[in-house]
Design a protein around this ligand. Structure first.
Ligand code: CA
Length: 292
């Protein structure tokens, strides 16, 4: 199943054009870059950018069998990125945006698994910046992360990882896009290597359990993920959820769960530049391998 030419700019929109998908079926989302492919080359003047037309997500996909209150398990099968992506520096955007006087575009080629930035060759690990389901209430712009997923810009959402999202509506309405060929934790200038990609996923519905926020696992770690305009609230929520997982799976009380996280967990930034900020708490799987 391939979904293409079907884009939304708010998670929760486009339900009427959703593509029905079966559990276990591989879905390939043909995704534009985070700028909607508007920037052709480095001479592009950023003032021309149509900011109402950024952060597109391809979809949505209606996952058959998913019902409100379930958990959507999403395996990232592959992220096949184009051979050139876009970065930029913009006045007012990102951690250093207050110091940026003039905008600048940089095209970054991907060659033999490396992002070529001037003379530097930086190994890439393509990631999905925007992935989410229809949120509980009103539609949410794709540029905003939340408990439905969205623009988490989490560099751990890569091939081989498995993401878990709460389901707020029957069918879930999964959409994704905004891939980066590479991005450092924090995404400090508001861009990774923004790049079109074909994202292949496989979904399964978990019944009888619920989660409040996204969770993730890869070969090494389990992760809780939380987004909030107040980063301290996001940190608390990601940590609290991890403590609850350890209380549930290991039978620890809160104190011991907290101390074990304090010893072995790593609090990591996903991004600190979007309208809400996103953090994750990572815990090695040799401590706890169960995340649901
Ligand atoms: Ca993004």
């Amino acid at each position: 199943m391939i979904i293409k030419d079907n884009y939304i700019f708010r998670m929760g929109d486009g339900k009427e054009k959703a593509v029905r998908v079966k559990q276990g079926e591989i879905i390939t989302f043909d995704a534009l870059d985070g700028f909607c492919n508007q920037i052709p080359d480095e001479s592009y003047v950023m003032d021309r950018l149509d900011w109402d037309n950024v952060n597109p997500a391809t979809g949505p996909a209606y996952i058959e069998g998913a019902e409100k209150g379930d958990i959507l398990k999403i395996e990232i099968i592959d992220i096949d990125v184009a051979d050139e992506g876009t970065m930029c520096a913009l006045p007012g955007s990102g951690v250093l945006g207050g110091d940026v006087v003039q905008s600048e575009v940089k095209k970054v080629k991907v060659v033999d698994g490396c992002a070529v930035f001037d003379n530097f060759k930086i190994p890439v690990k393509p990631m999905i910046g925007v992935i989410g389901v229809a949120p509980e209430g009103e539609p949410v712009p794709c540029g905003v992360p939340g408990n439905h997923g969205g623009n988490m810009d989490n560099a751990k959402i890569v091939k081989g990882a498995t993401l878990y999202l709460p389901v707020f509506h029957d069918g879930a309405y999964l959409s994704c896009g905004d891939c980066h060929a590479g991005m450092g934790d924090g995404e400090i200038m508001v861009t990774g290597v923004e790049i079109p990609a074909k994202i292949s996923l496989r979904c399964e519905v978990i019944k009888g359990k619920t989660i409040k926020e996204p969770r993730l696992e890869d070969a090494e770690n389990i992760y809780t993920i939380s987004s909030d305009v107040n980063i301290e609230k996001a940190i608390y929520s990601a940590t609290k959820t991890m403590a609850e997982i350890l209380q549930d799976k290991l039978g620890y009380n809160l104190n011991k769960a907290g101390m074990l996280i304090s010893l072995a967990g790593n609090l990591e930034f996903c991004q600190v530049v979007d309208p809400a900020l996103t953090v994750r708490m990572a815990l090695p799987k040799n401590i706890c391998s169960e995340i649901i």
